[in-house]
Write a protein that binds this ligand. Structure first.
Ligand code: OKP
Ligand code: ZN
Length: 340
């Protein structure tokens, strides 16, 4: 074994353990919640054993005004308040039609329903604190890039963030970690966000839809068939055409087709010439992911890491999904070995 030249800082915290819903509603019944604390534990343990990373524990809750640069202040307050007052996990179940829901004051059911687009982001007693700490990791990572502490930083975020928009939550996501980091970096230059989670990053797209300094690119399963269904189509090109790029792929996509999409995405990012790159990193494109259909192997993640790093940009990797819990450590190790 050769020693790598530089280790990748991996930012983590243990607060996320306190956010652990056990069930989600899917296909007419309750199933085990795929987004478990063990995901982050397995990744961290494997990466530390690999010698590729330098672990940095972050325990600083992110200032609310930094979160509010990306999310509606009333949504942030609603999440914080409901989280603080619940006993068990509270699931939104009434979504209504937003334009008719204007008189919400007291009921958690109404208030959470107003800000939710699905039932897969329940709020528990510590969910808001955990989401805030998750965002704190991404923000700290962005600061490290700006300060030139490293060329590549990994924020091991949990819960994930890319389905959370300016004023909506869903899909296991509460605060958009990658968007909070990108909004900070944006004050210093142009930012590209590449979302390689299996699911379209509808929240991130929503946040930067009108922003020509932030280029959002996403490779994901065709939303006509796959979650989150409502966004992720190829004709969604941004308020200013060319500032948003969606590359939807069919169910069962294998590496050769995926690699083509990745090359297309990387070429577009190279052309945009950003000062910073943020990767929404999902491992749910893995062949054995329990909730997804793509067919990538562990080795393919190494090739992917190498291709992204070859852009030569200051890059923040932000953890999103990936639910083959036992394999995640191995996938992350392949990926970051490729990056190095
Ligand atoms: C989060 B991330 C459909 C249930 C959908 C939500 C999936 C969220 C994925 N049967 N559950 O992008 O990995
Ligand atoms: Zn996903």
């Amino acid at each position: 074994m050769t020693t790598p030249a530089a280790k990748i800082p991996v930012l983590y915290n243990t607060m996320h353990h306190l956010h652990a819903p056990t069930k989600e509603y899917a296909n007419g019944g309750l199933v085990d919640y795929p987004e478990q604390p063990e995901r982050a534990n397995n990744i961290l343990t494997a990466l530390q054993a690999s010698g590729l990373v330098k672990g940095i524990e972050v325990n600083h809750p992110l200032a609310l005004d930094i979160i509010q640069a990306v999310h509606s202040p009333d949504m942030v307050a609603t999440l914080a308040n409901i989280s603080a007052e619940v006993e068990d996990y509270f699931y939104p179940a009434v979504f209504g039609v937003r334009s008719t829901m204007k008189k919400l004051k007291h009921s958690s059911a109404g208030r959470l329903g107003y800000y939710s687009f699905d039932v897969s982001a329940p709020l528990g007693k510590h969910s808001f604190e955990a989401a805030r700490m998750s965002a704190s990791l991404a923000f700290r990572g962005a600061q490290m890039l700006y300060n030139d502490d490293a060329q590549a930083v990994y924020a091991l975020c949990r819960p994930p963030g890319h389905h959370a928009g300016r004023d909506f939550i869903g899909g296991y996501c509460y605060l958009n970690n990658a968007a909070i980091a990108a909004a900070y970096l944006r004050t210093f230059g142009k930012v590209a966000i590449l979302d390689i989670d299996y699911h379209h990053g509808n929240g991130t797209q929503h946040i930067f839809w009108e922003d020509e300094k932030v280029f959002f690119v996403s490779i994901h399963a065709d939303p006509d068939l796959e979650y989150p269904h409502c966004n992720g189509y190829a004709d969604e090109v941004g308020a200013i055409p060319g500032t948003n790029l969606n590359i939807p792929l069919p169910f069962g996509t294998e590496w050769p087709r995926y690699q083509q999409a990745l090359e297309e995405a990387l070429a577009a990012i190279h052309h945009f010439a950003p000062d910073y790159l943020v990767i929404s990193l999902g491992f749910d494109t893995y062949a054995h992911d329990p909730i997804a259909t793509f067919k990538l192997s562990a080795e393919d993640f190494g090739t992917m890491g190498r291709a992204i790093a070859a852009l030569g940009l200051a890059t923040l990797y932000v953890q999103e999904g990936g639910y083959a819990v036992k394999a995640l450590g191995q996938l992350a190790t392949h990926f970051f070995r490729g990056v190095l």
